[in-house]
Design a protein around this ligand. Structure first.
Ligand SMILES: [Zn+2]
Ligand SMILES: [Zn+2]
Length: 135
């Protein structure tokens, strides 16, 4: 079984994941634009069962004004956004590609929430794009 490792910019928070990714997605939604700084978010979705924090304790945040908010995990020291748990995918851990030790392994299988796409966002060639989530 493959083990994927990653962590934040300062190294205070680390994680490991056993098992293969369930999906690799490029998300253009407005929320992701805040989190990434403006560009689409590159995310890899892993089975939650294979995921563990191995160093440090991430801080987390969920908006209290939303009915079904996602919970975002980030390093309390350097602020790097590491991943997300979503009520839409209760058995998954959604990892931000930039926090993988080897981010080069990312290859988007779909672009989602292109309804929020900005003029300076690029869609990967030959990859299905969806206005919201795939049906
Ligand atoms: Zn950090
Ligand atoms: Zn998004």
């Amino acid at each position: 079984m493959t083990t994927t490792k990653g962590g934040c910019y300062c190294g205070a928070v680390r994680y490991e994941i056993d098992g293969a990714p369930q999906a690799q997605i490029q998300c253009h939604c407005r929320e992701c634009q805040y989190i990434t700084g403006g560009h689409p978010n590159a995310i890899v979705i892993f089975p939650l069962a294979g995921f563990r924090w191995t160093k440090g304790e991430p801080a987390n945040f969920a908006r209290s004004d939303l009915e079904r908010p996602v919970t975002r995990f980030f390093c309390p020291t350097c602020g790097t956004g590491l991943g997300t748990r979503s009520p839409a995918r209760p058995d998954s851990m959604i990892i931000k590609v930039g926090t993988l030790d080897d981010p080069s392994q990312f290859k988007a299988q779909a672009a989602i929430f292109t309804i929020d796409k900005q003029p300076y966002h690029h869609l990967p060639e030959g990859v299905p794009a969806f206005e919201r989530r795939p049906g």
